[in-house]
Design a binder for this molecule. Structure first.
Ligand SMILES: Nc1ncnc2c1ncn2[C@@H]1O[C@H](COP(=O)(O)OP(=O)(O)OP(=O)(O)O)[C@@H](O)[C@H]1O
Ligand SMILES: [Mg+2]
Length: 130
């Protein structure tokens, strides 16, 4: 059964369309990497799934529940965690520890969204690999 189903997602910043008709599915236990050029809309898509950006169109279903309009804090309770990119990580923790901290208040069968950038990810990998 699909854990996360994004269907025809559109996200805008004013007149700028950042995400256009994106559909994807993630199964339980599956790891999915979203790859695209700078500015392609990866972070915006993950923010929309986490409830940090209100989509203009499309739908997001998590574990059979339509969460498209659900507030972010209620998505956390369902098991959706967004680990922010940039400097808002715990530098003393490993990558795995940073991710697992996000799940503290989530149920076990959750999903972790982690936006990153090429420059940022290599820096974090070095500091996080113990
Ligand atoms: N807060 C914002 N206000 C206006 N436009 C934005 C905002 N955030 C992102 N955008 C624009 O939306 C588009 C998608 O940006 P987004 O950050 O989602 O891309 P990205 O794929 O994550 O890029 P990167 O690889 O650089 O992290 C870009 O054109 C960007 O300039
Ligand atoms: Mg990004």
């Amino acid at each position: 059964m699909t854990l996360l189903k994004v269907d025809g997602l559109d996200c805008r910043y004013g007149l700028l369309q950042a995400v256009r008709g994106v559909s994807l599915e993630v199964d339980p236990g599956e790891t999915v990497a979203l790859i695209g050029a700078n500015g392609a809309g990866k972070t915006t898509l993950l923010r929309a799934v986490a409830g940090a950006h209100r989509p203009h169109g499309g739908s997001i279903v998590f574990d059979g529940v339509d969460i498209t309009r659900l507030p972010a804090h209620r998505r956390v309770a369902l098991g959706i965690a967004l680990v922010p990119e940039g400097r808002r990580l715990f530098p003393s923790l490993t990558v795995e520890e940073n991710l697992s901290r996000s799940f503290r208040s989530c149920r076990p069968a959750g999903i972790c969204l982690r936006p990153t950038s090429r420059a940022g990810s290599s820096r974090r990998s070095r500091s996080g690999a113990r």
